[in-house]
Design a protein around this ligand. Structure first.
Ligand SMILES: Nc1nc2c(ncn2[C@@H]2O[C@H](COP(=O)(O)OP(=O)(O)O)[C@@H](O)[C@H]2O)c(=O)[nH]1
Ligand SMILES: [Mg+2]
Length: 331
């Protein structure tokens, strides 16, 4: 995988440009040569302002929990690939951090991460919930990508009672002159998602697979496990605390005695007072965070795990380059 951008080297028949240690176990499947005539493949980035439902769409398309979702804006912090396979096509979807004007060093990282994620993709899905057209158009400018075909995706249409309001909304956005096609969907309920997928298939070129079938993502399970912990923090804590949290998995190894997979993670906060909040009375909050995350990790890995969590203070980490690098925010 190149440092910038999303697209690995076009497939050479060995499963694409992903390191083999991140592949799930299983028999090696020749990726390139076996695809049928007319096989199509491509990269599709999902971008948009925070909280519009980008991660929900990724999980819906893949029919599994890969990306974390909360009702709070600004949850997704890393570009995340999800590989959608069909006999006649492979589309690699890229979930991205929400686009907004950065207010911290972390914010700058997130915007760069979103920009890097769209570089070299075949199609960009621009997702909105239609609530703030002005802000959407500003986000498009921040993204600063003129060449790639843009598809307008209006999400959360399950919340729209009067579908007659859709057409004027599309007309209004169409004045920007940027979009090639328009889809109203509900990522949450799955409405219209298949139709959108069929349309996307026509927009990606003919070509071989980038990833071996069976590969869902190139993100290591260690990182996903940390993300599942962070999701619980977002779900269980409020106001500023979740935003001040970063999670790093420090160990993931099989305990020889118990045969359990042992995962150790550190929850970093910015201030001592936040540490107390995350731990909770008598450790109760931390325990609940751990329980929630463990269930998700176990479901993902298909086995029981031991999850050990500690909370540490890393003062002001969102504003410090060195701290961001320590926490693997490094693009
Ligand atoms: N009603 C409704 N809610 C949705 C839909 N898609 C996402 N959401 C909710 O919107 C919030 C943000 O979703 P998320 O996928 O994290 O947004 P992201 O920040 O763009 O990745 C969550 O509470 C989702 O459950 C949808 O189609 N309909
Ligand atoms: Mg997200």
């Amino acid at each position: 995988m190149t440092k910038k951008g999303t697209r690995p080297a076009k497939n050479s028949g060995d499963g694409g440009g992903i390191p083999s240690e991140s592949l799930p176990p299983g028999p090696p499947v020749p990726a390139g040569p076996t695809v049928p005539d007319g096989h199509r493949s491509g990269f599709v980035a999902i971008v948009g302002r925070p909280n519009t439902g980008k991660s929900t769409l990724l999980n819906r398309i893949l029919d599994q929990k890969l990306s974390i979702i909360t009702h709070k804006p600004g949850t997704t912090r890393r570009r995340l690939l999800g590989v959608y396979n069909r006999p006649d096509a492979q589309m690699v979807f890229v979930d991205t951090p929400g686009i907004e004007r950065p207010s911290s060093k972390l914010g700058h990282f997130l915007l760069e991460e979103a920009k890097a994620a769209v570089s070299g993709v075949d199609v960009i899905l621009f997702m909105t919930d239609g609530r703030d057209e002005g802000a959407d158009l500003q986000a498009l400018e921040l993204l600063d990508n003129a060449e790639t075909p843009l598809i307008f995706v209006l999400n959360k249409v399950d919340l729209i009672k009067d579908k007659k309001t859709l057409l004027p909304l599309f007309e209004s956005y169409s004045r920007a002159g940027r979009f090639k096609d328009y889809f109203p969907i509900s990522a949450l309920k799955g409405e219209n998602v298949d139709r959108m997928l069929s349309a996307l298939l026509k927009l990606v070129p003919e070509g071989p697979r980038y990833f071996t079938p069976g590969t869902v993502t190139d993100t290591p399970e260690r990182i996903l496990a940390g993300e599942f912990v962070r999701e619980q923090v977002y779900r269980q804590l409020h106001r500023e605390v979740p935003y001040a949290v970063a999670v790093q998995v420090t160990e993931m190894e099989r305990d020889p005695k118990s045969d359990l997979l042992r995962i150790e993670a550190v929850i970093y906060v910015e201030r001592k007072s936040q540490r107390g909040i995350v731990i909770g009375k008598g450790g109760s909050r931390l325990k609940q965070i751990g329980q929630g995350a463990r269930l998700d990790i176990e479901k993902r890995l298909g086995e029981q795990v031991f999850l050990g969590l500690v909370v540490r203070v890393k003062p002001n980490w969102r504003q410090r380059d060195a701290a961001l690098r320590d926490l693997e925010f490094d693009n």
